[in-house]
Structures are given as structure tokens and as C-alpha cells.
Design a protein around this ligand. Structure first.
Ligand code: SF4
Length: 328
């Protein structure tokens, strides 16, 4: 049995402004074993990035507030760590790849120097300058960039190559956990597959666990072991990839996500997008948060929050699956 690397327990995060409180993440729990990948899937505004930023303790200082829960990394609660200890965790034990490589890289510093800095900050083994330089070359080659290009600046690289540099920085210290927030969204479709394949290979090579944040179920099918579907700050369905992709029991929102994917084999059929929009996190609906958009909504859904029901580790939060519901 694999060891649990990360356990998020009943995590809640708000953003507090002068105008309103935005309930971004509400009481979510999930586990991630060493070396495994979980895909957190949902539309924009579901709370996926907020979850990642809370794990990294990188929420905006003025507005972001963790209002409850625990984030256990190797059994230790990250929320109880002082900031100076968290600085050692970030980069060395947990790394994050952001959506847009252009905003992650420093435009006035060579790519080699940026990788070098990351190694230097976490140089606990007191490696020499030359050893660190050699490691920079090694990392660049690892992500498919010739080491001779290390003295170039980010603007001299294509989008795909910039994201490769970001991945090299994230993997520099061989972290135990890599959080990838929509790592291919800003890339051309032709480059997306290459970057995903490279990440998959590197993950296998280093045994890194990964949280893959995406709105793309295709990416999840290719890269993940487990899936967590997020809607309006809540995890509404979780399970193994095979349960979600091959099973027949699904939350209506998950069904909607599947209905929104183009299917080349049945191209004659129209897509079935989910009607409506994600609710305002400052003004969430009562009962089930999906009820204003759900085609199977019942009276109880409008007033009572559904309970989590488990089918051998495949969890769904929907009244259709509770006692007397029609979903089973
Ligand atoms: Fe739809 Fe009701 Fe299930 Fe919510 S609880 S997803 S409204 S059927």
C-alpha cells in the first residue's frame, strides 16, 4: 500500500473585500498518495486555483483567508508552519507550475540564471557553483532544451519552450509534490501534447506526486490516477479515473462536463453544454449549489444541501444518490 503524501481535510478559504466575502473553497477533503496524480477539474471560478494557492500558502495576503481545515503534508499541518519554514517547503518539497509561463519567468534574467537561483536557494547539500551550473545544464536537457541556450532570455523562446523552462525550475529540487495549474492552457494545441507527455515521463522518473488542475477531461484521462470534480467551491464527485470515465454513476454536473466534450466518432451529434453560469461566490444558492443549472433538480435540492454518498471509494454529493433518490 502506498503512503499518503498529502491530506487536505475540511479546507475552507474565503476572500474578504470591503464589498463582500467570497466563499471560494468550502469544506473540501481529499488525499494524495506518494507518486500518484489527482486531477482537479471544473469550470473557471470553481475554486481549483484557490485550493492550490492554499496548499502552497500563497493566497493574497490582504484578502485571502483560510477559515478552516488542515493541510497535512507527510503528516505535518502546513497551516501551522511559520513562514520561514514554508519557504523551505516551497520549491524543495512542493512546487507549482502556473498557467502562463510568461508571468512565471523573469523577462530580464536568462533562463539558466532562473533555474540556478532555484537550486541555490535550496542548496542544503552545499554544492559548489560548478555543480549547480552542471545541474542547470542537466535540467535543461531533461526538458528538451539544449544546454547551450541557457544564456538566452525568455523572449527568445517559444511558448512551449518557456513552459519547459518553468517545468525545469519546478523540478529543480526534485519535489515530492508538483502542483500544475492548467500547465498547457496557454500553449498551442500541437505543443500541449508534447508538454503533457514530458511531464508524465518526468513524474515517472522522479516518482513525484502531482495535482493537475484543469478544465479538460481529456488531460485528466491521459495523466491522472484520481479525479476530483469541483463546483462552486465544493468537491461534488471524486473517484479513481476508471470509475469516472468508465462508470455509469455520475453527478449531473460531471455528466454535463462529459456532454460538453466533442466526440469525433459521433460527430453528427450536437454538443450539450451546461446551461447557465457558475454562481457568484459572494451569493451562493441555497441547498445544492448546482440546482439553478441542473436539469434533474428536485424540490429538496433547492433547500437542503446533499450528503456525500460513497460507492467503494467513488463519492458523489447529490440527492439523486441518497436514500430514495433515483440516481442509483
Ligand atoms: Fe441536481 Fe439535485 Fe443532484 Fe444538485 S442535488 S445535482 S440539483 S439532482
Amino acid at each position: 500500500m502506498q503512503d499518503t503524501l498529502l491530506e487536505v481535510k475540511n479546507l475552507s478559504v474565503d476572500y474578504e473585500t470591503d464589498e463582500a466575502t467570497f466563499y471560494a473553497v468550502n469544506d473540501i477533503s481529499f488525499k494524495l498518495n506518494e507518486g500518484e496524480t489527482v486531477g482537479i477539474v471544473g469550470e473557471t471560478g470553481a475554486g481549483k486555483t484557490t485550493t492550490a494557492l492554499a496548499i502552497m500558502r500563497l493566497l493574497p495576503a490582504r484578502t485571502g483567508r483560510i477559515t478552516g481545515g488542515e493541510i497535512l503534508f507527510k503528516g505535518e499541518d502546513l497551516l501551522k508552519k511559520p513562514e520561514n519554514e514554508m519557504r523551505l517547503v516551497r520549491g524543495a518539497l512542493i512546487s507549482m507550475i502556473f498557467q502562463d509561463p510568461m508571468t512565471s519567468l523573469n523577462p530580464v534574467m536568462t533562463v539558466g540564471k532562473q533555474i540556478y537561483e532555484s537550486l541555490e536557494i535550496h542548496n542544503l547539500e552545499h554544492k559548489s557553483k560548478q555543480q549547480l551550473e552542471e545541474r542547470v545544464d542537466e535540467l535543461l536537457e531533461l526538458v528538451g532544451i539544449p544546454a547551450r541556450r541557457k544564456n538566452e532570455y525568455p523572449h527568445q523562446f517559444s511558448g512551449g519552450m518557456k513552459q519547459r523552462v518553468v517545468i525545469a525550475i519546478a523540478l529543480a529540487c526534485e519535489p515530492k509534490l508538483l502542483i500544475a495549474d492548467e500547465p498547457t492552457t496557454a500553449l498551442d494545441v500541437t505543443i500541449q501534447a508534447q508538454v503533457l507527455e514530458m511531464m508524465h515521463d518526468l513524474k515517472k522518473r522522479f516518482g513525484t506526486a502531482m495535482i493537475m488542475i484543469t478544465h479538460d477531461l481529456g488531460v485528466v484521462a491521459e495523466t491522472c490516477d484520481n479525479v476530483a470534480i469541483m463546483y462552486a467551491g465544493e468537491l461534488i464527485e471524486t473517484g479513481r479515473v476508471e470509475d469516472i470515465f468508465e462508470g455509469t454513476l455520475h453527478h449531473p454536473y460531471t455528466k454535463g462536463l462529459f456532454g460538453s466534450i466533442p466526440d469525433l466518432e459521433t460527430s453528427a451529434n450536437r454538443l450539450h453544454p451546461i446551461d447557465g453560469l457558475m454562481p457568484d461566490p459572494a451569493d451562493l444558492p441555497t441547498g445544492c449549489r448546482f440546482h439553478p443549472r441542473c436539469s434533474q433538480c428536485m424540490e429538496i435540492c433547492k433547500t437542503t444541501h446533499p450528503k456525500r454518498v460513497s460507492f467503494n471509494g467513488h463519492d458523489i454529493v447529490c440527492h439523486l444518490f441518497t436514500e430514495g433518490g433515483a440516481g442509483k
